[in-house]
Unconditional design. Structure first.
Length: 319
């Protein structure tokens, strides 16, 4: 019988074992000011402290460390606006195999430089999903490298689910979990993990209004592509994949959309009150739980938020 989803709880547990000793078990922080503002007890899983500065390390490491010698020998390739690119480049370097990375021309310089720092070969392309896919296809054909999809790969989904695994193990009881949605790898991995460990937990996605394909898809019950995204959340510009959508549509209670001003306010709040660096995409869940739409929900006293990354271009801050 075919599995219902691309990844299972067993896959997440296996990923956790592969990651152990290679990645960080990141801290969980709380903040009284934020609790007062939200009216909830909020637990932040700080993946901005992860290797490569983002949760994407988990999926990249799990996917590349799972490859057979035969699949790995010609290297790996992927397309990414930044953090997945770093994850793949880092894991490939550790495994001593080549990494070929396609990045959009408008990717933050800090992320391009970081990928170069892991000795990956970068190809820049036009900032459209079509260009990214076509360029990746060409490179995969030329090099024979194994394609590690940034969010639709089952091993990537399972790897991203390990952040929620640690969050739930450490906090024990949560009424709700909220995480950002770009391609949906993190949120779908979170859904698989949370449904297994806390069957009654309420699951919410957070998305910028200028890149709200997941919100629109959930509303009509059909996967819609991202159309001309326009937001400061550079990590959330891509469309979901079939594998991530199949999980999200079954398990999310809602997706809350926020505008860029709300994202900037939430980002500033975390910088100023928690004294930690996060990137704009990372602020969407806090912005979401600060909305009247979320605050009016009953029976939610404790919320887990996954802070996805801290790879911000300090010369180009949005505030």
């Amino acid at each position: 019988m075919m599995a219902k989803y691309a990844a299972s709880m067993d896959d997440v547990i296996a990923a956790s074992k592969r990651i152990e000793g290679h990645g960080h078990r990141t801290a969980i922080l709380t903040n009284q000011t934020i609790d007062d503002l939200t009216g909830k007890k909020v637990f932040f899983k700080c993946e901005n402290f992860q290797k490569i500065g983002a949760f994407k390390f988990r999926g990249g490491w799990n996917a590349i460390s799972s490859l057979s010698e035969n699949d790995a020998v010609k290297g790996v390739c992927t397309h990414s606006s930044g953090n997945h690119a770093q994850a793949v480049a880092y894991a490939a370097k550790k495994r001593n195999i080549p990494a070929y990375i396609v990045m959009p021309k408008n990717a933050p310089k800090v992320k391009i430089q970081a990928v170069k720092g892991y000795n990956a070969e970068i190809t820049l392309c036009e900032p459209t999903l079509k260009a990214r896919r076509e360029t990746l296809e060409k490179i995969a054909k030329e090099t024979g490298a194994y394609v590690v999809h940034p969010f639709n790969d089952p091993k990537v989904i399972a790897g991203q689910g390990t952040a929620a695994l640690e969050l739930i193990e450490d906090v024990k009881e949560l009424d709700a979990i909220c995480a950002p949605i770009g391609g949906g790898g993190l949120m779908s991995g979170t859904c698989i993990t949370a449904r297994s460990m806390l069957p009654n937990v309420r699951l919410f996605g957070a998305e910028p209004k200028g890149a709200d394909d997941a919100y629109r898809s959930l509303k009509i019950g059909k996967l819609l592509p991202q159309e001309n995204p326009n937001t400061i959340c550079d990590g959330l510009l891509t469309s979901m994949g079939e594998n991530t959508w199949n999980i999200l549509k079954d398990h999310l209670e809602n997706i809350i959309t926020v505008d860029d001003d709300e994202v900037i306010s939430a980002m500033k709040l975390i910088w100023e009150r928690m004294k930690i660096i996060i990137e704009p995409s990372c602020a969407t869940p806090l912005a979401a739980i600060l909305t009247p739409e979320f605050r009016k929900l009953d029976n939610i006293e404790t919320v887990g938020i996954i802070l996805t990354g801290g790879n911000v271009d300090l010369s180009n801050l949005p505030f």
